[in-house]
Design a protein around this ligand. Structure first.
Ligand code: UD1
Length: 419
């Protein structure tokens, strides 16, 4: 158990290089299996979820080597196993992407339903339907997934919702398919573009990532590749929200501001000054914010569901009422009951939240509900009076690398007690 002790009230000043993106790293680690190759991956963040993905790769027969400065070598040239134990699958949501990777590499995959944050039902029907349409036979029994194929073939796949995970699974499986695969209604997240770049560096013919139609047709395999992961847009959003809540002026580098422009837009509407240039963005906040209107979470390029708890936490003291509609996950307000303990005034009705700004928040004992919900509690605590303790059973470490050190370097007064 980590207990985050946060003494609110300090403004944040200084600059911070944003860590590599978790949600880009995890599918690329799964993709490193698709072809026998040696991948040098740069800017890999040190996170609990990344450690879990590395454990899965090692279990399947890959050789991994950590070099300094976030460089990871993955050698997947040895024969590859096809079974991921249930305990490893349960570590994170992204383990489901090993289904497409293993079907491509081995023609079979034995796995179980993935873990990850409890944000709602999180079905995988779109993944299964798409892989079946490509020639996979998949049996589901008691949470186990037994997948095999005599050979994948290309298919025209239309996703009824632009699921990030389903898009990634199809892209990986399609690398081994005979003929072209077209994904319509594909997810357009920056992480899909990163995956396309990595697959191309392995020799795959993939085009269209970033738009709603992606085409994959065959591979001319390469044995070596070198790939740099982009900065994490949700971590950048977290730090921006922390500055908005606490007040101050911070400069974030190593992340494309366009990747979280909707978050920056609402911070600007709330009264923060934002200056962007290439991969640098400066956020300045007086700490006195106003409600920025209605926020609706949507697939990219809309406002990200991952940033919803973070922006909510930044706006708890904003003058007026912020209205939020969560459209992606049905259980993504788990942070609310904890934020109320600080004195926040939040009313919930189904997918709608109304946050009425209060004059002050006061420190309290909170329990982290999930990864972004936990980070949201830290953001809120930075803008609260007195000391807050956030009890966290490891959620925050799943997605944030040295968040405590980074915030302290910016002037926050916090420390982690390990129990
Ligand atoms: C989602 C987010 C992604 C975020 C990640 C981690 C969206 C669109 N996706 O990705 O940006 O980084 O969580 O928090 O915001 N669904 C189905 N059937 C399926 C798959 C998904 O009905 O087979 C539904 C889900 O219930 C959910 C929505 O589609 O309502 C989003 O799912 P998806 O994009 O697949 O989720 P993740 O890949 O986890």
């Amino acid at each position: 158990m980590d207990i985050w002790h946060v003494r609110g009230g300090n403004r944040l000043f200084g600059s911070c290089r944003v860590q590599g993106s978790k949600n880009a790293t995890l599918p690329i680690l799964a993709a490193s299996l698709v072809l026998p190759a040696r991948s040098r991956l740069r800017n890999v963040p040190q996170l609990k979820d990344v450690a879990a993905a590395k454990e899965i790769l090692t279990h399947l027969g890959c050789r991994l080597e950590d070099e300094t400065d976030g460089v990871l070598l993955v050698d997947s040239t040895a024969p590859c196993g096809a079974e991921v134990p249930r305990a490893l699958m349960g570590e994170m949501r992204s383990s489901v992407i090993f289904m497409g990777a293993l079907l491509a590499r081995c023609g079979e995959a034995k796995l179980s339903l993935p873990g990850g944050c409890q944000l709602g039902k999180r079905p995988i029907d779109l993944h299964l339907a798409a892989l079946r349409a490509m020639g996979a036979e998949i049996r589901e029994e008691g949470g186990d997934l037994d997948c095999r194929t005599d050979g994948l073939h290309g298919a025209d796949i239309t996703l009824r919702f632009p699921s990030v995970g389903a898009t990634e699974n199809v892209m990986l499986a399609a690398c081994a398919a005979k003929g072209a695969t077209r994904i319509r209604g594909a997810a357009r997240e920056p992480e899909i573009v990163s995956l396309q770049e990595y697959l191309r560096s392995l020799g795959a013919h993939v085009a269209g990532a970033g738009s709603d139609t992606i085409t994959i047709c065959g591979v001319e395999p390469r044995r070596e590749t070198d790939c740099t992961l982009p900065g994490d847009r949700i971590v950048a959003a977290t730090l921006a929200c922390a500055c908005a809540a606490a007040g101050g002026r911070i400069l974030l580098s190593g992340v494309d501001p366009a990747h979280f422009s909707t978050v920056l837009h609402f911070l600007n509407e709330a009264g923060c000054d934002i200056i962007q240039f290439n991969d640098v963005v400066e956020i300045a906040s007086s700490g006195a914010l106003r409600a920025p209107g209605r926020i609706v979470t949507e697939p990219y390029p809309g406002f990200p569901t991952d940033a919803q708890p973070l922006l909510m936490a930044a706006l708890l003291r904003a003058e007026g009422t912020t209205l939020i509609t969560e459209t992606i996950f049905e259980n993504r307000y788990r942070q609310v009951s904890e934020l109320r303990r600080l004195g926040a005034d939040i009313r919930l009705s189904g997918p709608e939240a109304a946050v009425r700004g209060v004059e002050r928040l006061r420190g309290a004992s909170l329990t982290a509900s999930d990864l972004r919900g936990g980070a949201a509690m830290i953001v809120a605590a930075l803008g609260a009076e007195g000391e807050t303790a956030v009890f966290d059973a490891g959620h925050i470490r799943r997605g944030y690398e040295h968040l405590d050190d980074r915030l302290c370097a910016l002037g926050a007064d916090l420390w982690i007690e390990h129990k």
